[in-house]
Design a protein around this ligand. Structure first.
Ligand SMILES: [Zn+2]
Length: 465
Protein backbone atom coordinates (compact mmCIF):
# COMPACT_ATOMS: atom_id res chain seq x y z
CA UNK A 1 0.00 0.00 0.00
CA UNK A 2 1.39 3.40 -0.93
CA UNK A 3 1.52 6.05 1.82
CA UNK A 4 -0.06 9.48 1.33
CA UNK A 5 2.21 12.46 1.30
CA UNK A 6 -0.17 15.35 2.04
CA UNK A 7 2.53 17.95 2.62
CA UNK A 8 4.12 17.40 -0.76
CA UNK A 9 0.69 17.09 -2.39
CA UNK A 10 -0.22 20.57 -1.27
CA UNK A 11 2.78 22.16 -2.95
CA UNK A 12 1.26 22.41 -6.39
CA UNK A 13 -2.33 22.55 -7.50
CA UNK A 14 -3.41 19.57 -9.55
CA UNK A 15 -5.13 20.10 -12.86
CA UNK A 16 -7.45 17.19 -12.08
CA UNK A 17 -8.09 15.29 -8.85
CA UNK A 18 -10.14 12.09 -8.63
CA UNK A 19 -11.09 10.76 -5.20
CA UNK A 20 -13.57 8.59 -3.29
CA UNK A 21 -12.97 5.45 -5.35
CA UNK A 22 -11.54 1.96 -5.42
CA UNK A 23 -8.33 2.58 -7.32
CA UNK A 24 -7.41 -0.56 -9.29
CA UNK A 25 -3.85 0.22 -10.35
CA UNK A 26 -3.02 -2.95 -12.37
CA UNK A 27 0.61 -2.30 -11.38
CA UNK A 28 3.07 -5.18 -11.02
CA UNK A 29 1.89 -5.85 -7.47
CA UNK A 30 -1.79 -5.65 -8.37
CA UNK A 31 -2.38 -2.91 -5.79
CA UNK A 32 -5.98 -1.93 -5.11
CA UNK A 33 -6.50 1.16 -2.94
CA UNK A 34 -9.97 1.10 -1.30
CA UNK A 35 -10.37 4.85 -0.69
CA UNK A 36 -7.92 6.21 -3.19
CA UNK A 37 -7.00 9.49 -4.74
CA UNK A 38 -5.30 10.35 -8.05
CA UNK A 39 -3.70 13.73 -8.75
CA UNK A 40 -3.00 14.70 -12.36
CA UNK A 41 -0.70 17.37 -13.73
CA UNK A 42 -1.40 18.04 -17.39
CA UNK A 43 -1.59 14.65 -19.08
CA UNK A 44 0.40 12.75 -16.44
CA UNK A 45 -0.49 10.95 -13.22
CA UNK A 46 1.43 12.87 -10.53
CA UNK A 47 0.13 11.03 -7.47
CA UNK A 48 -1.75 7.84 -6.61
CA UNK A 49 -2.45 6.76 -3.07
CA UNK A 50 -4.96 6.61 -0.25
CA UNK A 51 -7.03 9.69 0.54
CA UNK A 52 -5.54 11.36 3.65
CA UNK A 53 -8.13 10.63 6.37
CA UNK A 54 -7.85 13.80 8.42
CA UNK A 55 -6.82 16.43 5.90
CA UNK A 56 -8.65 18.47 3.30
CA UNK A 57 -8.36 17.34 -0.30
CA UNK A 58 -5.45 18.86 -2.22
CA UNK A 59 -6.23 21.88 -4.36
CA UNK A 60 -7.13 21.14 -7.97
CA UNK A 61 -8.57 23.04 -10.92
CA UNK A 62 -11.15 20.29 -11.25
CA UNK A 63 -12.12 17.66 -8.68
CA UNK A 64 -14.12 14.54 -9.58
CA UNK A 65 -15.88 12.64 -6.81
CA UNK A 66 -16.01 9.05 -8.09
CA UNK A 67 -18.87 8.27 -5.70
CA UNK A 68 -17.24 5.13 -4.27
CA UNK A 69 -17.07 3.71 -7.78
CA UNK A 70 -14.18 1.84 -9.37
CA UNK A 71 -11.33 3.56 -11.20
CA UNK A 72 -9.45 1.41 -13.72
CA UNK A 73 -6.66 2.24 -16.13
CA UNK A 74 -8.24 3.23 -19.43
CA UNK A 75 -9.00 0.06 -21.38
CA UNK A 76 -6.79 -0.83 -24.35
CA UNK A 77 -8.54 -2.35 -27.37
CA UNK A 78 -5.63 -4.24 -28.93
CA UNK A 79 -7.28 -4.90 -32.29
CA UNK A 80 -10.02 -3.19 -34.26
CA UNK A 81 -10.97 -1.88 -37.69
CA UNK A 82 -12.65 1.39 -36.82
CA UNK A 83 -14.42 2.23 -40.11
CA UNK A 84 -16.17 -1.16 -40.12
CA UNK A 85 -18.72 0.25 -37.68
CA UNK A 86 -20.63 1.18 -40.84
CA UNK A 87 -21.06 -2.58 -41.52
CA UNK A 88 -22.32 -3.45 -38.01
CA UNK A 89 -25.02 -6.10 -38.24
CA UNK A 90 -25.03 -6.14 -42.03
CA UNK A 91 -24.38 -9.89 -42.29
CA UNK A 92 -24.43 -12.36 -39.40
CA UNK A 93 -24.53 -16.08 -38.72
CA UNK A 94 -22.71 -17.03 -41.90
CA UNK A 95 -19.69 -19.20 -42.69
CA UNK A 96 -16.53 -17.10 -42.90
CA UNK A 97 -16.08 -17.35 -46.68
CA UNK A 98 -19.74 -16.58 -47.46
CA UNK A 99 -19.63 -13.70 -44.98
CA UNK A 100 -16.52 -12.30 -46.68
CA UNK A 101 -17.21 -12.92 -50.35
CA UNK A 102 -20.97 -12.38 -50.49
CA UNK A 103 -21.20 -9.45 -48.09
CA UNK A 104 -18.09 -7.73 -46.78
CA UNK A 105 -15.89 -7.66 -49.90
CA UNK A 106 -18.61 -6.23 -52.17
CA UNK A 107 -19.64 -3.66 -49.57
CA UNK A 108 -16.04 -2.53 -49.08
CA UNK A 109 -15.37 -2.33 -52.81
CA UNK A 110 -18.42 -0.14 -53.31
CA UNK A 111 -18.80 1.87 -50.14
CA UNK A 112 -15.44 2.44 -48.44
CA UNK A 113 -14.44 6.02 -49.23
CA UNK A 114 -12.73 8.76 -47.21
CA UNK A 115 -16.20 10.00 -46.23
CA UNK A 116 -17.53 6.66 -44.95
CA UNK A 117 -14.20 5.98 -43.22
CA UNK A 118 -14.45 9.37 -41.49
CA UNK A 119 -17.93 8.84 -40.09
CA UNK A 120 -17.40 5.19 -39.28
CA UNK A 121 -14.26 6.05 -37.32
CA UNK A 122 -15.99 8.83 -35.38
CA UNK A 123 -18.77 6.38 -34.45
CA UNK A 124 -16.25 3.74 -33.41
CA UNK A 125 -14.33 6.17 -31.22
CA UNK A 126 -17.55 7.42 -29.63
CA UNK A 127 -18.62 3.86 -28.87
CA UNK A 128 -15.25 3.02 -27.35
CA UNK A 129 -14.90 6.16 -25.25
CA UNK A 130 -18.40 5.63 -23.84
CA UNK A 131 -17.33 2.06 -22.96
CA UNK A 132 -14.16 3.16 -21.14
CA UNK A 133 -11.66 2.42 -23.92
CA UNK A 134 -8.99 5.12 -24.02
CA UNK A 135 -6.58 3.45 -26.48
CA UNK A 136 -7.13 1.32 -29.57
CA UNK A 137 -4.92 -0.38 -32.11
CA UNK A 138 -6.46 -0.12 -35.58
CA UNK A 139 -5.66 -1.46 -39.02
CA UNK A 140 -7.54 -0.54 -42.17
CA UNK A 141 -7.34 1.22 -45.50
CA UNK A 142 -7.54 4.99 -46.07
CA UNK A 143 -5.86 5.21 -42.66
CA UNK A 144 -5.11 8.89 -43.10
CA UNK A 145 -8.86 9.53 -42.94
CA UNK A 146 -9.01 7.28 -39.86
CA UNK A 147 -6.21 9.26 -38.20
CA UNK A 148 -7.83 12.62 -38.92
CA UNK A 149 -11.09 11.42 -37.36
CA UNK A 150 -9.42 9.81 -34.33
CA UNK A 151 -7.50 13.03 -33.71
CA UNK A 152 -10.83 14.88 -33.52
CA UNK A 153 -12.04 12.64 -30.70
CA UNK A 154 -9.02 12.85 -28.39
CA UNK A 155 -8.56 9.06 -28.18
CA UNK A 156 -5.12 7.51 -28.01
CA UNK A 157 -4.46 5.14 -30.90
CA UNK A 158 -1.96 3.07 -32.81
CA UNK A 159 -3.09 3.28 -36.44
CA UNK A 160 -1.86 0.98 -39.18
CA UNK A 161 -2.27 1.61 -42.91
CA UNK A 162 -3.38 -1.65 -44.49
CA UNK A 163 -1.16 -3.59 -46.89
CA UNK A 164 -2.63 -6.29 -49.14
CA UNK A 165 -1.70 -7.69 -52.56
CA UNK A 166 -5.00 -6.68 -54.14
CA UNK A 167 -6.41 -3.31 -55.15
CA UNK A 168 -7.80 -1.78 -51.99
CA UNK A 169 -9.64 1.42 -51.05
CA UNK A 170 -7.14 4.24 -51.53
CA UNK A 171 -4.49 1.92 -53.05
CA UNK A 172 -5.78 0.91 -56.50
CA UNK A 173 -2.33 -0.38 -57.54
CA UNK A 174 -1.09 -3.03 -55.09
CA UNK A 175 2.48 -2.39 -56.26
CA UNK A 176 2.23 0.79 -54.19
CA UNK A 177 0.87 -0.82 -51.03
CA UNK A 178 4.04 -0.71 -48.89
CA UNK A 179 5.15 2.74 -49.99
CA UNK A 180 1.66 4.05 -49.22
CA UNK A 181 1.90 2.58 -45.72
CA UNK A 182 5.40 4.00 -45.19
CA UNK A 183 4.23 7.43 -46.35
CA UNK A 184 1.35 7.26 -43.85
CA UNK A 185 3.82 6.48 -41.05
CA UNK A 186 6.06 9.41 -41.98
CA UNK A 187 3.06 11.72 -42.21
CA UNK A 188 1.78 10.88 -38.71
CA UNK A 189 4.99 10.12 -36.84
CA UNK A 190 5.23 13.50 -35.12
CA UNK A 191 1.82 14.98 -35.85
CA UNK A 192 -0.09 14.19 -32.65
CA UNK A 193 1.08 12.97 -29.22
CA UNK A 194 -1.96 10.68 -29.06
CA UNK A 195 -1.51 9.00 -32.45
CA UNK A 196 1.22 6.45 -33.15
CA UNK A 197 1.40 5.28 -36.78
CA UNK A 198 1.98 1.67 -37.72
CA UNK A 199 1.94 -0.72 -40.69
CA UNK A 200 -0.73 -3.41 -40.90
CA UNK A 201 -0.30 -6.34 -43.28
CA UNK A 202 -3.67 -8.02 -43.68
CA UNK A 203 -2.47 -11.63 -43.48
CA UNK A 204 0.07 -14.17 -44.74
CA UNK A 205 -2.54 -15.46 -47.22
CA UNK A 206 -3.29 -12.09 -48.82
CA UNK A 207 0.32 -10.85 -48.91
CA UNK A 208 3.24 -12.47 -50.72
CA UNK A 209 6.51 -13.21 -48.96
CA UNK A 210 8.03 -10.26 -50.79
CA UNK A 211 5.28 -7.92 -49.60
CA UNK A 212 5.51 -9.17 -46.02
CA UNK A 213 9.28 -8.74 -45.84
CA UNK A 214 9.13 -5.34 -47.54
CA UNK A 215 6.39 -4.08 -45.20
CA UNK A 216 8.18 -5.30 -42.06
CA UNK A 217 11.41 -3.68 -43.24
CA UNK A 218 9.55 -0.39 -43.78
CA UNK A 219 8.06 -0.60 -40.27
CA UNK A 220 11.48 -1.38 -38.78
CA UNK A 221 13.09 1.51 -40.67
CA UNK A 222 10.54 3.87 -39.12
CA UNK A 223 10.68 2.18 -35.70
CA UNK A 224 6.93 1.47 -35.61
CA UNK A 225 4.66 -1.45 -34.81
CA UNK A 226 4.02 -4.09 -37.48
CA UNK A 227 0.58 -5.75 -37.22
CA UNK A 228 -0.75 -8.83 -38.98
CA UNK A 229 -3.69 -11.27 -38.74
CA UNK A 230 -2.21 -14.76 -38.33
CA UNK A 231 -3.64 -18.26 -37.97
CA UNK A 232 -7.24 -17.10 -37.56
CA UNK A 233 -8.78 -20.18 -39.18
CA UNK A 234 -7.85 -23.82 -39.59
CA UNK A 235 -8.00 -23.37 -43.39
CA UNK A 236 -5.26 -20.77 -43.19
CA UNK A 237 -2.92 -23.28 -41.56
CA UNK A 238 -3.88 -26.07 -43.93
CA UNK A 239 -3.34 -23.87 -46.97
CA UNK A 240 0.02 -22.73 -45.66
CA UNK A 241 1.12 -26.16 -44.48
CA UNK A 242 3.07 -27.02 -47.60
CA UNK A 243 5.28 -23.98 -47.42
CA UNK A 244 8.85 -24.31 -46.24
CA UNK A 245 10.42 -24.46 -43.76
CA UNK A 246 8.86 -27.24 -41.73
CA UNK A 247 5.37 -26.52 -42.95
CA UNK A 248 4.82 -23.98 -40.19
CA UNK A 249 3.24 -20.58 -40.67
CA UNK A 250 5.29 -18.94 -37.91
CA UNK A 251 8.47 -20.52 -39.27
CA UNK A 252 7.72 -18.83 -42.58
CA UNK A 253 7.14 -15.50 -40.83
CA UNK A 254 10.35 -15.91 -38.81
CA UNK A 255 12.33 -16.67 -41.95
CA UNK A 256 10.98 -13.46 -43.48
CA UNK A 257 12.17 -11.49 -40.44
CA UNK A 258 8.67 -10.62 -39.26
CA UNK A 259 8.87 -11.86 -35.68
CA UNK A 260 10.27 -9.49 -33.06
CA UNK A 261 9.15 -7.34 -30.14
CA UNK A 262 7.74 -4.71 -32.52
CA UNK A 263 5.30 -7.15 -34.13
CA UNK A 264 1.69 -7.69 -33.05
CA UNK A 265 0.18 -11.00 -34.15
CA UNK A 266 -3.62 -10.92 -34.24
CA UNK A 267 -5.64 -14.05 -33.37
CA UNK A 268 -3.14 -16.98 -33.31
CA UNK A 269 -6.12 -19.29 -32.91
CA UNK A 270 -4.35 -22.20 -34.59
CA UNK A 271 -0.88 -21.79 -33.13
CA UNK A 272 0.79 -25.08 -32.21
CA UNK A 273 3.06 -25.46 -29.15
CA UNK A 274 6.01 -24.95 -31.51
CA UNK A 275 4.46 -21.76 -32.87
CA UNK A 276 3.89 -20.48 -29.33
CA UNK A 277 7.48 -21.18 -28.34
CA UNK A 278 8.73 -19.39 -31.46
CA UNK A 279 6.50 -16.37 -30.87
CA UNK A 280 7.61 -16.16 -27.22
CA UNK A 281 11.30 -16.46 -28.08
CA UNK A 282 11.00 -13.62 -30.57
CA UNK A 283 9.14 -11.33 -28.15
CA UNK A 284 6.01 -10.68 -30.27
CA UNK A 285 2.73 -9.58 -28.72
CA UNK A 286 -0.62 -11.21 -29.50
CA UNK A 287 -4.08 -9.64 -29.75
CA UNK A 288 -6.78 -12.08 -28.60
CA UNK A 289 -10.27 -11.45 -30.02
CA UNK A 290 -12.54 -13.99 -28.31
CA UNK A 291 -15.95 -12.73 -29.45
CA UNK A 292 -14.91 -12.36 -33.10
CA UNK A 293 -13.35 -15.85 -33.05
CA UNK A 294 -16.53 -17.28 -31.51
CA UNK A 295 -18.94 -15.52 -33.86
CA UNK A 296 -17.07 -16.66 -36.98
CA UNK A 297 -16.47 -20.07 -35.38
CA UNK A 298 -12.76 -19.62 -36.09
CA UNK A 299 -11.86 -21.61 -32.99
CA UNK A 300 -10.45 -20.97 -29.50
CA UNK A 301 -6.98 -19.48 -29.25
CA UNK A 302 -4.68 -21.26 -26.74
CA UNK A 303 -4.41 -18.14 -24.60
CA UNK A 304 -3.47 -19.87 -21.32
CA UNK A 305 -0.47 -21.33 -23.18
CA UNK A 306 0.39 -17.88 -24.58
CA UNK A 307 0.40 -16.49 -21.05
CA UNK A 308 2.40 -19.38 -19.65
CA UNK A 309 5.03 -18.76 -22.32
CA UNK A 310 5.30 -15.14 -21.19
CA UNK A 311 3.83 -13.59 -24.34
CA UNK A 312 2.23 -10.16 -23.83
CA UNK A 313 -1.42 -10.75 -24.74
CA UNK A 314 -3.96 -7.98 -25.23
CA UNK A 315 -7.69 -8.23 -25.85
CA UNK A 316 -9.27 -6.89 -29.03
CA UNK A 317 -12.84 -6.40 -30.16
CA UNK A 318 -11.94 -6.86 -33.84
CA UNK A 319 -14.06 -4.92 -36.33
CA UNK A 320 -17.76 -4.31 -35.86
CA UNK A 321 -18.64 -6.51 -38.82
CA UNK A 322 -17.48 -9.58 -36.92
CA UNK A 323 -18.32 -8.88 -33.26
CA UNK A 324 -20.64 -6.58 -33.37
CA UNK A 325 -19.64 -4.15 -30.64
CA UNK A 326 -16.53 -2.55 -29.23
CA UNK A 327 -17.09 -3.16 -25.53
CA UNK A 328 -13.96 -4.42 -23.80
CA UNK A 329 -15.69 -4.96 -20.46
CA UNK A 330 -17.94 -7.52 -22.15
CA UNK A 331 -14.96 -8.92 -24.02
CA UNK A 332 -13.09 -9.46 -20.73
CA UNK A 333 -16.01 -11.43 -19.30
CA UNK A 334 -16.10 -13.56 -22.44
CA UNK A 335 -12.34 -14.17 -22.44
CA UNK A 336 -12.33 -15.30 -18.82
CA UNK A 337 -15.23 -17.73 -19.28
CA UNK A 338 -14.29 -19.06 -22.72
CA UNK A 339 -10.98 -20.47 -21.57
CA UNK A 340 -12.49 -22.01 -18.44
CA UNK A 341 -15.04 -23.97 -20.45
CA UNK A 342 -12.51 -24.76 -23.18
CA UNK A 343 -10.60 -26.99 -20.81
CA UNK A 344 -8.73 -24.76 -18.42
CA UNK A 345 -11.26 -25.24 -15.64
CA UNK A 346 -12.65 -22.58 -13.29
CA UNK A 347 -9.24 -21.37 -12.16
CA UNK A 348 -8.05 -20.58 -15.70
CA UNK A 349 -7.83 -16.94 -16.73
CA UNK A 350 -8.68 -15.38 -13.34
CA UNK A 351 -10.14 -11.88 -13.27
CA UNK A 352 -6.90 -10.00 -12.40
CA UNK A 353 -5.12 -11.66 -15.32
CA UNK A 354 -7.90 -10.79 -17.75
CA UNK A 355 -8.03 -7.19 -16.54
CA UNK A 356 -4.26 -6.95 -17.03
CA UNK A 357 -4.70 -8.20 -20.61
CA UNK A 358 -7.28 -5.48 -21.30
CA UNK A 359 -5.01 -2.77 -19.87
CA UNK A 360 -1.31 -3.21 -18.99
CA UNK A 361 -0.46 -6.19 -21.18
CA UNK A 362 -2.46 -4.91 -24.14
CA UNK A 363 -0.59 -1.61 -23.95
CA UNK A 364 2.69 -3.55 -23.93
CA UNK A 365 1.63 -5.72 -26.86
CA UNK A 366 0.91 -2.67 -29.03
CA UNK A 367 4.10 -0.86 -28.00
CA UNK A 368 2.62 1.68 -25.58
CA UNK A 369 3.49 -0.06 -22.32
CA UNK A 370 5.70 2.78 -21.12
CA UNK A 371 2.88 5.28 -21.51
CA UNK A 372 -0.47 3.76 -20.58
CA UNK A 373 -2.20 0.65 -19.21
CA UNK A 374 -1.63 1.13 -15.45
CA UNK A 375 -2.39 3.75 -12.82
CA UNK A 376 1.13 4.68 -11.74
CA UNK A 377 2.96 7.91 -11.13
CA UNK A 378 4.50 9.15 -14.37
CA UNK A 379 2.11 7.25 -16.63
CA UNK A 380 -0.35 9.02 -18.90
CA UNK A 381 -3.61 9.90 -17.14
CA UNK A 382 -5.83 7.45 -19.07
CA UNK A 383 -8.60 6.42 -16.68
CA UNK A 384 -12.13 5.08 -16.54
CA UNK A 385 -14.62 5.44 -13.69
CA UNK A 386 -17.27 2.73 -13.25
CA UNK A 387 -20.56 3.98 -11.80
CA UNK A 388 -21.31 2.67 -8.31
CA UNK A 389 -24.97 3.69 -8.73
CA UNK A 390 -25.50 1.11 -11.51
CA UNK A 391 -27.24 -2.01 -10.08
CA UNK A 392 -24.59 -4.28 -11.62
CA UNK A 393 -21.98 -2.53 -9.50
CA UNK A 394 -23.66 -3.33 -6.19
CA UNK A 395 -22.35 -4.52 -3.76
CA UNK A 396 -18.59 -4.35 -4.28
CA UNK A 397 -16.54 -7.00 -2.48
CA UNK A 398 -13.77 -7.15 -5.06
CA UNK A 399 -13.56 -4.35 -7.64
CA UNK A 400 -11.50 -6.45 -10.07
CA UNK A 401 -14.12 -9.21 -10.09
CA UNK A 402 -16.83 -6.57 -10.41
CA UNK A 403 -15.25 -5.02 -13.49
CA UNK A 404 -14.54 -8.32 -15.27
CA UNK A 405 -17.64 -10.37 -14.44
CA UNK A 406 -20.37 -7.79 -13.72
CA UNK A 407 -19.24 -4.93 -15.90
CA UNK A 408 -20.14 -3.82 -19.41
CA UNK A 409 -19.84 -0.56 -21.27
CA UNK A 410 -23.14 0.41 -19.66
CA UNK A 411 -21.51 0.89 -16.24
CA UNK A 412 -18.90 3.39 -17.47
CA UNK A 413 -19.56 6.85 -16.03
CA UNK A 414 -16.46 8.88 -16.96
CA UNK A 415 -13.56 8.37 -19.36
CA UNK A 416 -10.36 10.40 -19.21
CA UNK A 417 -7.63 10.38 -21.88
CA UNK A 418 -4.30 12.12 -21.26
CA UNK A 419 -5.84 14.06 -18.39
CA UNK A 420 -8.79 15.32 -20.46
CA UNK A 421 -12.33 14.26 -19.54
CA UNK A 422 -13.80 12.84 -22.76
CA UNK A 423 -16.90 11.22 -21.22
CA UNK A 424 -18.62 12.80 -18.25
CA UNK A 425 -21.68 11.23 -16.64
CA UNK A 426 -22.12 8.86 -19.61
CA UNK A 427 -22.07 11.72 -22.12
CA UNK A 428 -19.40 12.54 -24.69
CA UNK A 429 -17.93 15.91 -23.84
CA UNK A 430 -16.66 16.99 -27.26
CA UNK A 431 -18.23 14.80 -29.95
CA UNK A 432 -21.69 15.55 -31.37
CA UNK A 433 -22.89 11.94 -31.15
CA UNK A 434 -26.34 12.66 -32.61
CA UNK A 435 -24.79 14.16 -35.73
CA UNK A 436 -22.35 11.25 -36.10
CA UNK A 437 -25.11 8.66 -35.82
CA UNK A 438 -27.28 10.56 -38.31
CA UNK A 439 -24.45 10.40 -40.85
CA UNK A 440 -23.79 6.70 -40.25
CA UNK A 441 -27.50 5.89 -40.56
CA UNK A 442 -27.44 7.60 -43.95
CA UNK A 443 -24.41 5.51 -44.95
CA UNK A 444 -26.26 2.39 -43.80
CA UNK A 445 -29.25 3.29 -45.98
CA UNK A 446 -26.95 3.79 -48.97
CA UNK A 447 -25.29 0.43 -48.38
CA UNK A 448 -28.55 -1.43 -47.88
CA UNK A 449 -28.25 -5.15 -48.38
CA UNK A 450 -25.35 -6.03 -50.69
CA UNK A 451 -26.09 -8.45 -53.52
CA UNK A 452 -25.80 -12.09 -52.50
CA UNK A 453 -23.86 -14.69 -54.47
CA UNK A 454 -22.36 -12.11 -56.81
CA UNK A 455 -19.03 -13.47 -58.14
CA UNK A 456 -16.18 -11.56 -56.54
CA UNK A 457 -13.13 -10.74 -58.61
CA UNK A 458 -9.73 -10.83 -56.97
CA UNK A 459 -9.44 -7.13 -57.74
CA UNK A 460 -12.21 -6.38 -55.24
CA UNK A 461 -10.69 -8.23 -52.30
CA UNK A 462 -9.35 -6.25 -49.41
CA UNK A 463 -11.23 -6.98 -46.24
CA UNK A 464 -10.42 -7.36 -42.60
CA UNK A 465 -12.01 -9.65 -40.07
ZN1 LIG B 1 -9.14 -8.06 -37.59
Amino acid sequence: MMAPDPIRLSLRMYDLLIHNAWMVTVNAQGDVIPDGMIGIHGDVIAHIGPTPPDAPLPAARETIDAGQGIVLPGLVNAHTHLPMTVFRGMADDLPLQAWLTDHIFPAEATHITPDTVHWGTLLGCAEMLLAGITTCCDGYFLEDAVALAVAMTGMRAVLGQGVIDFPAPGVPDPAENVQTAAAFVRQWKHRSPLITPSIFCHSPYTCSDKTLAHAKAAAADEGVLFQIHVAETREEITADGGRPPNGSLTARLAQLGLLDADTLLVHGVWFSPTDIERVAQNGCGIAHCPESNMKLAAGIAPVPAFLQAGIPVGIGSDGCASNNNQDLLREMDMAAKLHKVAGGGPTAMPAPQVLAMATRDGARAIGLGDHTGTIEKGKQADLVILDSTHPAMCPIYNPVSQAVYAGSGDVVRDTIVAGRVRVRNRTLVDSPIDGIMKQVRAIGRAIGKPPIHRPIADTEKGSCS
